[in-house]
Every structure is written in C-alpha cells, then in structure tokens.
Write a protein that binds this ligand. Sequence first.
Ligand code: SF4
Ligand code: SF4
Length: 132
Amino acid sequence: MGVLEDVFECRQCGCCCFGRRGVRFYAEDLEAAASFLRLTASELKRLYLAPGKEPWDIRTDPEGFCLFHQPDGRCLIHAVKPEVCRRWPFLPGPLNDESAFQDAAEACPGLKKGLKWSDFKRAFGRSAGQTE
Ligand code: SF4
Ligand code: SF4
C-alpha cells in the first residue's frame, strides 16, 4: 500500500494538462463528466470537446491548456477524469521505454527527483499487486 506515493506525488502544476497530449474522451468519460458537472452529454460535448466521432479530443484554451484545467492547476473533473489522466505518468510508454520515462520524469515534477526507471517500474508493479 502507498507504494506509488514513495516515488510520485502530484504537485498540481498542470504541466500534463498542457497541449494536445492525446487526452481523449470516450462515451463513459462523457457520461461521467456530464453527470459530475450537472450538464447533459450534448452540453458537455459542445462546451469542452472537439467535434467528430468518439473518442473526442478535449479542446484547449488559447494558451494550450485542456479546458478542464483550472487557474490553480487543479482539474475541474478530477474525480471523473479520463483514465489516461488518472494513470499518468504510469502509462505504457514510460513503463516500457526508458527514454519515454526520461521525458516523463523531465515533464512531471511529481516524480521523485533522480528516480531510476527500474524503481519507477518496480513501484508500479508493486502497486498493481505484483511481486518482485
Ligand atoms: S505534471 Fe505531474 S505533478 Fe504536474 S500536474 Fe501532472 S501529474 Fe501532477
Ligand atoms: S482532464 Fe483534467 S487532468 Fe486531464 S488533461 Fe484535462 S485538466 Fe488535466
């Protein structure tokens, strides 16, 4: 328990909410966020998502931040945010590729300074109930 917290603590800097980093909404995300914000699904789509077919890109503000990103760095839909946001930085890329891990470590101040890739992977594996 608490294994991820040994190597990661979100600083709510909002860096991972900047740009179009592949954060997409699926139908279940749409339903959850609409209900959380007390909007209809079509209202939420119109206000926050790019047009097109599922999965929908979240629109960005003029500075390039996700529209759910708040000025204080928090996420407006934190409780129901998409899976990729819930899992970051413990995503397949950084878990399977050391250079992707180095990029994530540079981008995310929530990862412990000087963290090794092996310790990152180990912490994730232990949190998922795997044995070393
Ligand atoms: S970049 Fe890291 S520390 Fe900053 S908000 Fe995202 S997860 Fe948290
Ligand atoms: S949904 Fe929330 S956590 Fe995900 S990118 Fe947008 S503001 Fe950040």
